[in-house]
Design a protein around this ligand. Structure first.
Ligand code: MLT
Length: 328
């Protein structure tokens, strides 16, 4: 090869490398399947929302949105992996309140939720329910309190790990009623709910996206909802607040994140596809059946998510630190 040809070959190789490594830009994006990482097990509330969105987004984006469950450590394994992923528009994370609680719960967190991501959009808000196995002897909330007092640590409360909202809700409930229980961790509330249905555990605090069909079918006992007023979806169900736990409130919010450095046009394109899916009639109908409410318009933006996450991180930080409840 002559010297000129060698130089040309080097330039061509460099250009090819640049093209391969270059981040995706909105024009032409996406050209291959996109991974949406879910930090909890398949079949659980986060997974249900991700798959519902993913199906519609696959049609609008023209590429498959592949939902991948990366479970463990209360959602922090998934978040860490997305923080480290290539910022090329092909990896996103859907996560909930756990993004705000993790920095206080985990002293050795390998990522910073407030610095290592691009903020795409919030998604839905979902209330929680305190449910028991179908054959639990307590038929209502008052009987449950008596049952808890009588049985203490013989009562099993399932949850999805430290940092999961089912854990947060369960702990708040335990503190509010002042009785000990044995906690049983699962990799998500999908498997935790299956264990409840199989009678292997007694109680679970889970989102309506997981529990609503079972409450309606009567395959679990409902002891209360975690909002301050009753739900349209379950108007007969009393809130925990009105049954003697004043102020008891846990509502789960969800957001979508990309690795820091993902191009803005790509974040906007993916965000538009999420917002589009949230307006799709079939998606909306299913979300409504499951008790999920689309986040307010001002939260369906990158700034809306980022500002909310900052507020949530500040809100939970002092509470968790004061309680000395660390996960590591
Ligand atoms: C799930 O998707 O399994 C739940 O959101 C986990 C949790 O309780 O945080």
């Amino acid at each position: 090869m002559t010297r000129g040809k060698t130089w040309l070959a080097c330039v061509a190789a460099a250009v090819t490398t640049l093209l391969v490594a270059a981040p995706a830009h909105a024009q032409g994006y996406p050209t291959k399947p996109i991974t949406l990482v879910v930090p909890f097990a398949a079949g659980g509330p986060t997974d249900v929302v991700a798959r519902l969105l993913g199906g519609t987004m696959t049609r609008t984006l023209g590429q498959t949105v592949v939902v991948e469950n990366r479970v463990g450590a209360g959602g922090t394994i998934a978040a860490a992996s997305v923080a480290r992923a290539a910022p090329d528009g092909y990896t996103f994370l859907i996560h909930h309140n756990g993004m705000g609680t993790a920095p206080s719960l985990y002293r050795k967190l390998s990522y910073n939720p407030l610095a290592d991501f691009e903020y795409v959009t919030q998604v839905v808000d979902v209330p929680m329910t305190l449910v028991g196995r179908k054959d639990l002897p307590a038929k209502d909330f008052n009987e449950l309190l008596a049952y808890l007092k009588a049985n203490g640590t013989k009562v099993n409360l399932a949850h999805a790990g430290l940092g999961a909202v089912s854990h947060l809700c369960g702990m708040l409930f335990r503190q509010a009623v002042g009785t000990e229980m044995t906690t049983v961790p699962y990799q998500g509330t999908g498997p935790a709910l299956n264990a409840l249905l199989a009678g292997q555990v007694d109680l679970l605090c889970d989102q309506t996206t997981g529990t609503a069909p079972h409450i309606k079918a009567g395959t679990v006992k409902l002891y209360g909802v975690t909002t301050t007023s009753r739900l349209k979806l379950l108007p007969e169900a009393p809130t925990l607040a009105e049954q003697g736990l004043p102020g008891f409130q846990v509502v789960v919010w969800h957001g979508i994140y990309a690795p820091r450095g993902t191009p803005k046009e790509v974040v906007d394109r993916f965000g538009n596809a999420v917002r589009g899916a949230l307006k799709d009639a079939a998606v909306l109908a299913r979300l409504t059946e499951l008790g999920a409410v689309v986040a307010a318009d001002d939260k369906l933006t990158p700034t809306g998510l980022q500002t909310w996450l900052q507020q949530e991180t500040q809100r939970y930080g002092p509470v968790i630190k004061a309680a000395g409840q660390f996960a590591d």
